[in-house]
Ligand binder design. Structure first.
Ligand code: URP
Ligand code: ZN
Ligand code: ZN
Ligand code: ZN
Length: 462
């Protein structure tokens, strides 16, 4: 037979549109899109939708998170959850420990991933120090190895860079062919509001949201896009949470700045009220930027519908809830300042967007594929990934568009002990995931060996 595997009968979503056809796979690649194909393994996908496997270009896995704090996922659990949620590649961040260079941290991080992953991975770097070794040696060497993107932070003490440092980092990106990602929130304004809230006794989880209001993100988004304009580089603004920040991105684009924008499930489904849940439950939804309100959700939806967003990622950053290494860290109940920032979401990203977007008729299947896979591959230089096209890796997810369920922790595979979306009803669920032609998830359960690899990426055009 000419194919190792054939998927037949599905509605296949390609960049040229969606059509009924068979997918022929050989040696891990898509080699034929046609009808009546034969293969050694035949997968009957009648009634299902075939999409490019999800690429989640914003996840945090086993990232150093401060003294005594531990992320809830290692590579095995994060990629198991990712595969079960319809993903075939995730992009975590390398963050050096106190005593490590960026290069040492990358070697150690990739060694931890080796042999553990059920999906492919491809790492971004975090630049938390603009010192000469990082800028002059480590970044050029790592970019040459295919780690062609890095995130800078405008917030978090110990991580944030000054504007002058961000410009220096952008210069390296420009010279070496990498993409700069930015977490845009004004740290000084946050510290002012946080300290004032604490002095007033406003220390519950909801004050995390109230001390990081929209203008804090809007200003930093304006500043970040301006810095990209000054440096003459493209920029990815990650986790855009509100209409005002999105408007700054539109204005920068109108000035000719190449700006990409990312948003996440929390900004279309959660609000600051979710941080105000009874007791300490609100800590389950503490992330930065915080979820806003229904007006901002509508502004994010308008952006998704109008194509203002390039990518939809999870910002999966899992901590356990009932755990003093997690959300219940020492002092967390005394002040929101001590609650680790971040929420688990790698397994629920795709079902939430499918249900809220495709099933509710807000976005097309093609837009879904672009937002969840194709654009991630194009922007980050994953040449063989992200589309159901002849020649690409056979990274495929089959969706049952009629499957309805309520999201619940008991069904999930991440290392966290909760989901912010407990009880959230969805229509549409991924039922089979193939990585380079091999099934890694079937009917909600992980399948097979940890065949995921680290994927080196192409340089990014300035
Ligand atoms: O709260 C969040 N998002 N934590 C993850 C780190 C980041 O800022 O993306
Ligand atoms: Zn961030
Ligand atoms: Zn409002
Ligand atoms: Zn993040």
């Amino acid at each position: 037979s000419t194919h190792d595997t054939v998927i037949s009968g599905a509605r296949v979503v390609t960049p040229a549109g969606a059509a009924q056809c068979d997918i022929g796979i050989r040696d891990g690649r898509i080699v034929t899109l046609g009808t009546d194909l034969s293969g050694n393994e035949m997968i009957d996908a009648t009634g299902l939708i075939a999409m490019p496997g999800g690429i989640d270009s914003h996840v945090h896995i086993a990232q150093p998170s401060g003294p005594g704090i531990e992320m809830a996922d290692d590579f095995a659990s994060a990629t198991r959850a990712a595969a079960c949620g319809g993903n075939t590649l995730v992009m975590p961040f390398v963050l050096p420990d106190e005593d490590q260079s960026l290069r040492e941290a990358t070697v150690a991080y990739l060694a931890r991933a080796e042999g553990q992953c059920l999906t492919d991975i491809s790492c971004h770097l975090i630049v938390k120090s603009a010192d000469p070794v990082t800028l002059g040696q480590d970044l050029p060497a790592l970019i040459a190895q295919g780690l062609t993107s890095f995130k800078v932070f405008m917030t978090y003490e110990g991580m944030r860079l000054k504007d002058s440092e961000i410009l220096q980092v952008m210069d390296v990106a420009k010279g070496q062919g990498a993409l700069t990602l930015v977490h845009a929130e004004n740290e000084d304004a946050i510290e002012y509001l946080r300290d004032k809230a604490e002095r007033a006794g406003d220390t519950a989880p909801v004050f995390h949201a109230r001390s990081r209001p929209v203008p804090v993100e809007r200003e930093a988004t304006h500043r970040a896009t301006t810095l990209a304009e000054v440096a003459g580089v493209p920029l990815m603004v990650v986790h855009v949470s509100n209409g005002a920040a999105l408007e700054e991105i539109r204005r920068a684009k109108d000035r000719g700045v190449k700006v990409y924008a990312e948003t996440c499930p929390q900004y279309i489904t959660l609000t600051a009220d979710d941080l105000d849940r009874a007791g300490f439950e609100g800590a389950k939804c503490v992330c930065s930027p915080p979820p806003r309100d229904t007006h901002e959700q509508a502004a994010i939806w308008a952006g998704l519908e109008q194509g203002a967003f390039d990518v939809f990622s999870s910002d999966h950053c899992p901590f356990r809830f009932a755990d003093e290494k997690g959300k219940d860290a020492p002092g967390a109940r005394d002040s929101f300042r001590n609650i680790p920032n971040g929420i688990p979401g790698v397994e629920t990203r795709l079902p939430i967007l499918f249900s809220e977007g495709v099933s509710k008729g807000r976005i097309s299947l093609e837009a879904f594929a672009a937002l969840t896979a194709t654009n991630h591959a194009r922007i980050y230089g994953l040449t063989n990934k992200g589309a159901l096209m002849v020649g690409k890796d056979a990274d495929i997810v089959l969706w049952d568009p009629t499957l309805t369920k309520a999201i619940t922790q008991g069904d999930l595979h991440h290392g966290s002990d909760y989901t912010p979306w407990e009880g959230f009803a969805v229509t549409g669920w991924p039922v089979r995931t193939l990585l380079r032609g091999q099934t890694v998830m079937e009917n909600g359960a992980p399948v097979g060996a940890a065949i995921g690899r680290h994927i080196a990426r192409d340089k990014v055009a300035a």
